[in-house]
Design a binder for this molecule. Structure first.
Ligand SMILES: NC(=O)C1=CN([C@@H]2O[C@H](COP(=O)(O)OP(=O)(O)OC[C@H]3O[C@@H](n4cnc5c(N)ncnc54)[C@H](O)[C@@H]3O)[C@@H](O)[C@H]2O)C=CC1
Ligand SMILES: O=C(O)C1=N[C@H](C(=O)O)C[C@H](O)C1
Length: 240
């Protein structure tokens, strides 16, 4: 399979290595300083584009590929207010778009555990939920995309909370999930959910030891999406 890498930073590089180990070819490695190389790319020679760039570049990168009928796997966080326009473009060009805030299998299991715990907490008003996420200092967005997905999972299961806020602007409202974002090198990604009561605390955590799980997930999804159309997510890809 021929894979175009839109964004060739920390994630793009490891995705490229894993893709080559799995027998794929890399058709292009596009970064902020060589975007003009896209003019030399023959869209018919690309099977899938994998996009891990940065929040203010994601829409432009994804649109470039979608408009040429190339299926896109995207993991860039911090741009999702514009996802509806990408979905519309995908359907117009009859191709495929796959987004996940986190491609690792472990985090996707953690998403399910988080929702199960939130459903158990529905009637336990004495427990107040909060979240902490820790990432490396180069991360541009806060809170992380994964933290937002976790907060949305809690909100879907527990009617006692209805929105999240970064801890620093937290309004101390009982219905708010406060999220603390810490930036400490070299953390690849840690997420901790805490339920605190006067009597005890319950905590669940996921800690990534490297970026391998994210990158491996993105390559496996790229292999899977090649022959698909439409708007797809981890719920379509994973069998649990
Ligand atoms: N969904 C997931 O599982 C994961 C998502 N991420 C997200 O992926 C994104 C990238 O992460 P990293 O690789 O760690 O960042 P990075 O900063 O190491 O790399 C980003 C790359 O994007 C390039 N770029 C910037 N503007 C561009 C443009 N207009 N066109 C093409 N390339 C451009 C930069 O040159 C840079 O090399 C972030 O949003 C991060 O939050 C990261 C890890 C896992
Ligand atoms: O920027 C990162 O590094 C990561 N970003 C994703 C996020 O915002 O959730 C996924 C992972 O935690 C690493």
């Amino acid at each position: 399979m021929n894979i175009l890498l839109l964004g060739y930073g920390k994630m793009g590089r490891i995705i490229g290595e894993i893709a080559e180990e799995r027998g794929h070819q890399i058709s292009g490695k596009i970064n902020i300083d060589n975007r003009s190389d896209l003019d030399q790319i023959d869209p018919d020679s690309v099977d899938v584009a994998i996009e891990f760039s940065q929040p203010d570049a994601a829409v432009e990168n994804i649109s470039w590929a979608i408009k040429r009928g190339i299926p896109v796997v995207s993991g860039t966080t911090g741009w999702l207010d514009q996802k509806p326009q990408i979905e519309e473009l995908t359907l117009k060009h009859n191709t495929a778009f796959f987004y996940a805030s986190n491609f690792s299998v472990g985090v996707n299991i953690f998403f399910k555990v988080n929702k199960f715990l939130a459903s158990l907490m529905k009637d336990q008003a004495e427990y107040k939920v909060s979240m902490e996420e820790i990432h490396h200092t180069e991360k541009k967005d806060a809170p992380s995309g994964t933290a937002i997905t976790l907060a949305e999972g809690i909100i879907a299961e527990n009617p006692r909370v209805d929105h999240w806020k970064l801890e620093e602007d937290s309004d101390k409202n009982e219905q708010t999930i406060p999220i603390t974002s810490k930036r400490i090198d070299p953390a690849p990604g840690t997420h901790i959910i805490k339920y605190k009561s006067e009597i005890d605390d319950i905590e669940i955590a996921h800690t990534a030891h490297s970026r391998k799980g994210f990158a491996q997930g993105a390559v496996l999804v790229a292999e899977w999406i090649k022959a698909k159309k439409g708007i797809l997510s981890m719920d379509d890809f994973l069998s649990f």
